[in-house]
Design a protein around this ligand. Structure first.
Ligand SMILES: Nc1ncnc2c1ncn2[C@@H]1O[C@H](COP(=O)(O)OP(=O)(O)OP(=O)(O)O)[C@@H](O)[C@H]1O
Length: 254
């Protein structure tokens, strides 16, 4: 039986509250994320995709409705508290890693998330074999650059590292916020492939925003279409597998 990990119930979000520009972005949105779900999220510009991630991540409050994690109400938890169960990878390769630190040091930081953050050379040595193996799963030469400062990596390697850091401690939910959008088509495809492999093999739960409809169709067990702050469609299992590009395009017609 599928177990809900995170539930959004009637979540609404307002911006510019109390002004003449007050706007409702998410409109009584309901979404249940089950254990092992890999949900691709598509929608036009301004549909509310990033806002949805901001509300899940605690960067933006829900003005009404509630969020439940394993049945517990977390609506009022702040961003920092939510990092205990959640991690996010952004579009910008400059975010998510410490540029002057090496690949191995960044991975050690991610491994020590939630603990005291002092890095000891001994711990780095102990974890090196594990980190190198992990980096090799990305299939982009990251494992050969373990002692390179992150700022000197290619964009693709940097995003792969951000992804590994986000998954290292197996958070309950991983938010992938167009994490391959700044990469060239080939590098983007390779990272999507490696992302998919790790999510499936490690049975992780993830949401991935993408503007690449092909990728949204190809990856994941669910596909959610967001429109004007609401979920317009939520294709699951066989229904998603049978969904065609033409059918998906129809959701983008004005
Ligand atoms: N803090 C804010 N203040 C005012 N308006 C906001 C704020 N955050 C988002 N919006 C507006 O809410 C709407 C949804 O924005 P959001 O960034 O969530 O859309 P999106 O689906 O992620 O778009 P894109 O595909 O362009 O990234 C947009 O019209 C945006 O301008």
């Amino acid at each position: 039986m599928t177990k809900p990990i995170l539930e959004l119930k009637n979540v609404a979000t307002l911006v510019n509250k109390g002004t003449s520009n007050e706007t409702k972005i998410l409109k009584k949105l309901n979404l249940t994320i089950n254990d092992g779900d890999f949900i691709t999220i598509v929608g036009s510009n301004g549909a509310g995709k990033s806002t949805l991630f901001n509300v899940i991540g605690g960067n933006l409050p829900a003005d009404s409705g509630e969020l439940l994690l394993h049945g517990q109400n977390i609506t009022n938890q702040n961003e920092e508290e939510r990092t205990k169960f959640l991690s996010r990878v952004f579009q910008d390769p400059k975010l998510g890693t410490a540029p002057r630190m090496t690949v191995a040091e960044n991975l050690l930081l991610a491994q020590k998330r939630g603990e005291k953050r002092r890095l000891k050379p001994r711990q780095l040595k102990q974890s090196m074999e594990k980190f190198t193996k992990l980096a090799a799963t990305m299939n982009n030469g990251l494992e050969e650059r373990m002692n390179t400062a992150t700022g000197n990596l290619s964009g693709g390697q940097r995003q792969a590292l951000s992804f590994l850091m986000a998954t290292l401690k197996r958070p309950d939910v991983i938010l992938l916020d167009e994490h391959t959008a700044a990469l060239d088509p080939r590098t983007s495809q390779e990272l999507l492939h490696a992302t998919n492999q790790r999510i499936n093999e490690d049975h992780l739960t993830a949401l991935m925003i993408t503007h690449h409809l092909e990728a949204a169709l190809k990856y994941g067990n669910r596909l959610v279409v967001l429109d004007d702050g609401q979920i317009k469609a939520d294709f699951k299992g066989a229904e998603k597998e049978q969904l065609t590009m033409d059918q998906l395009y129809e959701y983008f017609e004005i």
